[in-house]
Design a protein around this ligand. Structure first.
Ligand code: ZN
Length: 134
């Protein structure tokens, strides 16, 4: 497995429009895409900083993963995503090293990426995502 870069940082927000306004008006970044990910019960907004993105996540369902996260912990950093060269191999290698996976096989995430999450119990509380465009 080779981690190539931090692909994005996922941030849970209660109100996507207000959050976009902060990133655009205060931080002078530009939102280049807004996407509904029905599977994850979220609406996402993307900003690019160099090769890394900020992914804002607003829940569309209180029972979804972001809805539950915000209820428990409030707004804040939700996950960190690493771009890997081969996601199947990265997940298999990680599992073989004794780490519990949320996704044993990759699924489709925002922007058409193949994604897979590791379990935060095994990653010092940081929900960790692998992603790959292959
Ligand atoms: Zn993500």
């Amino acid at each position: 497995m080779k981690i190539e870069r931090i692909e994005h940082i996922g941030i849970a927000v209660s109100n996507l429009d207000e959050a976009i306004s902060f990133y655009e008006k205060v931080l002078n970044l530009t939102c280049y895409a807004i996407e509904d990910v029905a599977d994850q019960k979220v609406r996402t907004a993307f900003f690019k900083i160099g090769e890394t993105k900020i992914e804002l996540l607003e829940s569309t369902d209180p029972e979804g993963p972001i809805g539950k996260f915000i209820e428990k912990k409030g707004e804040g950093i939700h996950h960190i995503a690493f771009a890997v060269d081969n996601i199947e191999e990265a997940l298999a290698e990680t599992e073989s090293k004794g780490v519990r996976l949320i996704d044993k096989t990759p699924r489709k995430g925002a922007e058409g990426l193949n994604i897979g999450f590791l379990h935060p119990k095994n990653t010092m509380g940081v929900l960790t995502e692998f992603c790959s465009n292959k």
